[in-house]
Design a protein. Structure first.
Ligand code: HEA
Ligand code: HEA
Ligand code: CUA
Ligand SMILES: [Cu+2]
Lengths: 219, 587, 92, 224
């Protein structure tokens, strides 16, 4: 207790991990996120093995240039995030705020671009159930340019990228909260747990996208 | 910040403020209140699950006769009190679902994970009290969603608690659409609650142990809850992911489990059981932990082979991940894979044997006090062994050909889940009731409840083995349809009558539980002469738990130690021979 | 927090450039006229490399204690077990 | 209440039943040891005034024994069942001289397809019978099964055969009936509201009867 501590330091609590609670908690939570994406990505791998013909060559349906730009954006946001953390460590409030705002903005842009990508895909006739009946892609498939059915391709594509987008959205919301706290000067050089913890989440979501971009768009 | 301890001590002080009723009892962040909230919720669900079971048994024991009181059910469920087959399927599905996800799992993990972890580890609260509150208030809407399914058009989910696709994926096959979707949503939401809870428990166990509470001084109940939390953390998201995919198959036309368009029905089974088998260990490990604590306490002896008990828990937790295929031996899965899964499954008998015999070793040369918790704990060992041994029959892929999807499985389920988990829960409730509510439960009615439950449980479920051996399939609405099952009908009727008596036998428990809350004898701090830290604080403990962070000098099972006069030696009692634990580096 | 501050700060900008460059390489590899297997192998390798960079430097795993690292990688075997086991359905 | 398996009528049933009785004996012993031990300890070591429990933390030797014995036992169970499994359900376990039938399951009935006069399944002269499977005795029978809608499971109690039928897959199972007569086929996997009545019969004929039945069917099909 604080009073007793004046005379003698209190006995040490047993510490199992050499990190503070919030950080440990976030890592633990990320463990469950790994398993969640395992369910989605694992299913994708298995389904694709079982039915390789439902997939097209990279770029045939999906828009690679725009997602490549989006990938770059997310990498940038990870960089700004880690810069924000470095600024917090240095107690540099100005740069902390700057980088956090940048992260929020880039993250939101990522979600926006993804929304745009989705509308374009739907417009061309690619939906979670496969081709949209009567859509442009369905006609090309009828003409033999594309696989006859991409039902399972659409299912996995939208579910995986959609849930990733959902995670980014959640991350942006939390990041706005952290930014707000930063503007109120809550993070000091000695205690900036919030920044580090949200950073871990953010980088994790970036990491998932790195995997997704490769296996969904490029393979 | 120099050490992790600073914010904790701050939390201790928060307790001294006056807080409003709502903050104190409804949106409380106190782990003890949250534990009690989980308890009330899950006991209500236990009751619901029990009533559904009684309806199932009515139909099986007295097929196509009007169920007493069945007249109040709407035409779509039971016209004239006679259950419809589609309603029967919903009953079975919802019985399994509610019992597993909304009764036993929250009772074990939600209630005791919350209540015991901080208290037994000497922490003022969970690592993240607000997250803890969120975890309960996320579970409530999940429960509401689940119950809502009974009232929607088309009826509730009817594809079994295992919701095998494609039966569950397309309303065309069962006529159920909204019900199944609510079911999936509810489990996804409940999953979030469980994951938040598990995150909290793991962090608390790793980082918030009192000074001197080293890993190998932790009580086995905490070890079990810790390993269970890891299983929850890693298994539940698989279910959430799978449930979401199935939900999309139902709603937005994806094809994950639809064989006609590139999907794979077996993928559902793999995902479900990859979650599902760890899940069944989630349902037994905490029970094993509680039973270990209770048996050592009642026998007045240190737990036999503490270290091997810990390793056995870890081994079961680990092996639980590599056996899921034993539910799929006859599913058309690769037969070579089947043999691999058989071997890994059989090996779970080894850590289970260690646990069983170590419990017996604990009783050996003890001085056993048969208080009500101990009665339930002994019943746990006796019944879990039956369930575990019946598991060995089906672990043999060869013999599983014959008993897969028969009542042998149903007998197994109930011996491990009722005979195992639920007996342990009864034991845990009576053991920690004084701490939770500050009152003792009535021991006489406790014994009456125990004896009746034990007898009727066995009369109800033991004969199910013989039904299974005779080839009686599970999940069938009317067994008299098959000639080869007709001679077994008297057994079914016998089981049903035993079940009705079993359900009635729960009455003394329910009354005892409710009445003791108001009228029970005042509980002393340490009614069972136990060593755990929770018994060193008042019953019920104040907000913040410990006036001063306790220091731990030994493991939790130092009963009948020659060092002291009395036959127990609390973990935080300092003897002259005990060295002080290391000091913090100072602030 | 103190743990992270003790080590020398990695060159975040350098990592960022590396990640962007690897992404460009991936885009190039994906459209090479090589056999599908080789391309997949290369792409997966590159993705793992990038993921490792993020985990080790941005998420500071490189600088954490061993216990933390064990926590972080503990679930990974489980992600592989299910996929491998189910894939054997096609391989056998 | 009985622990005896019902009478069997297929070639591998005895081997499966042996596994059952083997496990029954092993688990029976374990059961008696545990339950008798529990009861004995409960009586012998019940609390009595003035007694103190023995203060001991365990016994490594005892623990090794009760770890090793079950470990060895389960290996034995595993090896013995694995051998039977390989012959009953393993890849390529269908005997070469088996007659092949097609089975189509749907909510809530069975269709059994028989090779027509050309003795080849999958040709135009096949004929199919609803809810009736006719097979000769003492001759391996191969069923190639598929489902029209959801998962069903082909189960014949007396033959100790059970195999799920998954839409989108062809699952194969075989058996060799050793006795003539009618046996019941049941669906063992929940498949909807009619699951409980998705039964059919398998009739095992003597070789001559089977030939006669087949001829009859072919002439009626030809007439149709
Ligand atoms: C709390 C829950 C729980 C627990 C602990 C277990 C424990 C075990 N279960 Fe069970 N199981 C379920 C819950 C549980 N199960 C449920 C709910 C289902 C049905 C799901 C559904 O389809 O709806 C199921 C189904 C199920 C199946 C699938 C059957 C089928 O559908 O065809 C199998 C097959 O292998 C199995 C095996 C086992 C084994 C080997 C153990 C082992 O862990 C048991 C180990 C214990 C012992 C063996 C006893 C103690 C040991 C000794 C006394 C030593 C001596 C022993 C020997 C030498 C053998 N279980
Ligand atoms: C945790 C698990 C659990 C529990 C406790 C039970 C308990 C019971 N079960 Fe259940 N059962 C399952 C899990 C469980 N079951 C599962 C997973 C399935 C498979 C489902 C499927 O196939 O999909 C199943 C299937 C199943 C079937 C097979 C149906 C079929 O295949 O057609 C049957 C049939 O008899 C049955 C019967 C019973 C009975 C009679 C009880 C009785 O023990 C019930 C006794 C009554 C109670 C336990 C209620 C007591 C209430 C209290 C003590 C509360 C006190 C209250 C307050 C203080 C407020 N169950
Ligand atoms: Cu077909 Cu059950
Ligand atoms: Cu299992």
């Amino acid at each position: 207790m604080a009073h007793a501590a004046v005379m003698q330091p209190p006995p040490k609590r047993e510490v199992g991990a050499d990190v503070y609670n919030e950080k440990l908690g976030m890592w633990v939570f990320l463990g469950s996120e790994v398993m969640f994406f395992t369910a989605l990505i694992g299913s994708y791998i298995i389904l694709r093995f079982g039915n390789p013909d439902a997939w097209t060559a990279p770029g045939a349906i999906l828009n690679i240039p725009i997602t490549a730009v989006n990938t770059f954006l997310l990498i940038c946001s990870s960089m700004t995030m880690v810069k924000a953390f470095a600024a917090a460590q240095d107690g540099d409030q100005q740069r902390l705020k700057l980088y956090l705002v940048a992260t929020v903005l880039i993250g939101a842009t990522f979600v926006g671009v993804q929304a745009y990508e989705y509308t374009q895909l739907v417009h061309h006739g690619f939906v979670p159930s496969g081709y949209l009946v009567g859509g442009e892609l369905a006609e090309r498939a009828a003409a033999g340019e594309l696989p006859a059915s991409v039902g399972i391709y659409g299912s996995t594509f939208y579910t995986m990228t959609g849930f990733h987008g959902f995670h980014v959205t959640m991350g942006v919301l939390c990041m706005i909260f952290v930014t707000w706290k930063a503007f109120r000067g809550k993070y000091t050089a000695t205690d900036h747990r919030g920044v580090e913890v949200i950073g871990l989440y953010w980088h994790f979501v970036d990491l998932v996208w790195i995997i997704l971009f490769t296996i969904v768009y490029l393979i | 910040m120099a050490t992790a301890a600073v914010p904790l001590d701050e939390a201790t002080h928060a307790g001294s403020h006056e807080i409003s009723f709502i903050r104190k009892y409804i949106f409380s962040t106190d782990h003890k209140i949250i534990g009690i909230q989980f308890m009330l919720m899950s006991l209500i669900f236990l009751l619901v699950g029990g009533i559904l079971a009684a309806m199932i048994r009515w139909q099986l024991g007295f097929p196509n006769t009007s169920m007493p009181g069945g007249g109040i059910l709407p035409e779509t469920m039971a016209p004239g009190g006679i259950l419809l087959p589609e309603f029967y399927n919903s009953l079975v599905t919802m019985h399994g679902t509610i019992m597993v996800f909304f009764a036993i799992m929250p009772l074990l993990v939600g209630v005791y994970g919350n209540y015991l972890i901080p208290l037994k580890l000497g922490a003022p609260d969970m690592a993240f009290p607000r997250l803890n509150m969120a975890s309960f208030w996320v579970a409530v809407p999940a429960g509401i969603l689940m119950m809502a399914g009974f009232f929607v058009e088309g009826g509730h989910a009817a594809a079994g608690w295992t919701v095998y696709a494609p039966l569950s994926a397309d309303p065309e096959w069962t006529g159920v659409s909204t019900g199944q979707q609510l079911w999936l949503l509810s489990l996804a939401v409940l999953g979030l609650s469980s994951i938040l809870g598990a995150t909290n428990y793991i962090t608390t166990v790793v980082n918030m142990r009192a000074p001197g509470m080293t890993w190998f001084r932790m009580p086995l109940s905490i070890w079990a809850l810790f390993v269970t939390s890891i299983l929850v953390l890693l298994a539940i998201p698989i279910l959430s992911g799978a449930a979401i995919m199935l939900f999309f198959d139902q709603t937005i036309g994806t094809h994950f489990f639809d064989a006609l368009d590139g999907g794979q029905p077996l993928l559902w089974q793999h995902l479900f059981w990859y979650f599902g088998h760890p899940e069944v260990y989630i349902l037994i490990l905490p029970a094993m932990g509680f039973v270990s604590d209770i048996i050592a306490n009642a026998s007045r002896k240190p737990i036999f082979g503490y270290h091997s008990m810990v390793y056995a828990i870890i081994a079961i937790g680990f092996l639980g991940w590599v056996v899921w295929g034993h539910h799929m031996f006859q599913s058309g899965m690769n037969p070579t894979l089947g043999t691999t899964f058989m071997i890994s499954t059989l090996f779970i008998a080894v850590p289970s044997a260690i646990k069983t015999f170590n419990w017996m070793g604990t009783m050996w040369r003890g001085n056993i006090r048969f208080h009500v918790p101990m009665l339930h704990a002994t019943a746990f060992v006796a019944m879990f062994v039956i369930g575990g041994l019946s598991g060995v029959f089906m672990a043999s892929n060869t013999f599983d050909i014959y008993i897969h999807d028969t009542y042998f499985i149903v007998a197994h389920i109930h011996y491990v889940l009722f005979g195992g988990s639920l007996f342990a829960i009864f034991g845990a409730i009576t053991f920690w009731y004084p701490k939770m509510f500050g009152r003792m439960m009535n021991p006489f009615w406790g014994k009456v409840h125990f004896v009746l439950t034990f007898i009727f449980f066995n009369l109800a479920f033991f004969p199910m083995h013989s039904l299974g051996v005779a080839g009686h399939m599970r999940r069938i609405y009317d067994p008299t349809q098959y000639e080869f099952l007709q001679p077994l009908q008297p057994v079914n009727t016998f089981i049903s009558i035993s079940v009705f008596l079993l359900v009635l036998s729960q009455l003394p428990f329910a009354l005892n539980f409710i009445l003791s809350w108001f009228n029970g004898a005042k509980a002393p701090d340490n009614p069972w002469d136990d060593n755990g830290l929770e018994w060193s604080v008042p019953s019920p403990p104040p907000h913040g738990n410990f006036k001063e962070t306790p220091t731990v000098y030994r493991g939790a099972y130092e009963f009948s130690s020659p060092l002291v006069e009395e036959d127990f030696l609390p973990q935080n009692k300092k003897l002259d021979s005990d060295p002080e634990p290391a000091q913090a580096a100072g602030h | 927090m103190t743990e992270a501050a003790q080590h020398k700060r990695p060159n975040y900008m350098g990592i960022w450039v590396g990640l962007a460059a690897l992404t460009l390489v991936e885009l190039g590899v994906a459209f090479l006229p090589w056999s599908k297997q080789v391309i997949i192998l290369l792409l997966v390798g590159l993705a793992v490399w990038k993921a490792l960079m993020v985990a080790l430097y941005f998420m500071h795993l490189r600088f954490e204690g061993n216990r933390m690292r064990i926590f972080a990688i503990a679930p990974l075997p489980l992600t592989v077990i299910i996929v491998i086991a189910v894939l054997t359905e096609y391989v056998w | 209440m009985s622990w005896i398996l019902p009478p069997s009528a297929s070639s591998f049933a005895e081997r499966i039943d042996f596994i059952y009785y083997l496990i029954l004996v092993i688990t029976g012993i374990a059961f008696v040891v545990v339950e008798a031990g529990l009861i004995w300890f409960m009586i012998k070591y019940r609390a009595r005034p003035g007694r103190k429990a023995q203060y001991t933390h365990g016994n490594a030797k005892a623990e090794v024994i009760w770890t090793a014995v079950p470990a060895v036992t389960v290996v034995v169970i595993g090896v013995l069942s694995g051998a039977v499994w390989k012959d009953v359900k393993g890849r390529n376990s269908v005997p070469p001289n088996a007659i092949t039938y097609g089975v189509t399951a749907q909510q809530f009935e069975w269709h059994f397809a028989y090779a027509g006069p050309d003795a080849q399944l999958g040709t135009a002269d096949d004929f199919s019978v609803r809810n009736q499977l006719h097979v000769p005795v003492n001759r391996p029978v191969e069923l190639r099964m598929s489902s029209e809608d959801v998962i069903h499971s082909f189960f014949v109690n007396a033959f100790r055969v059970k195999q799920d039928i998954v839409p989108g897959m062809e699952t194969v199972v075989w058996f060799e009936a050793t006795e003539t007569g009618d046996f019941q086929i049941a669906c063992a996997e929940l498949c909807g509201l009619g699951h409980y009545r998705m039964g059919a019969t398998v009739t095992v004929h003597s070789q001559e009867d089977y030939g006669r039945w087949l001829d009859e069917q072919m002439t009626t099909t030809a007439l149709r």
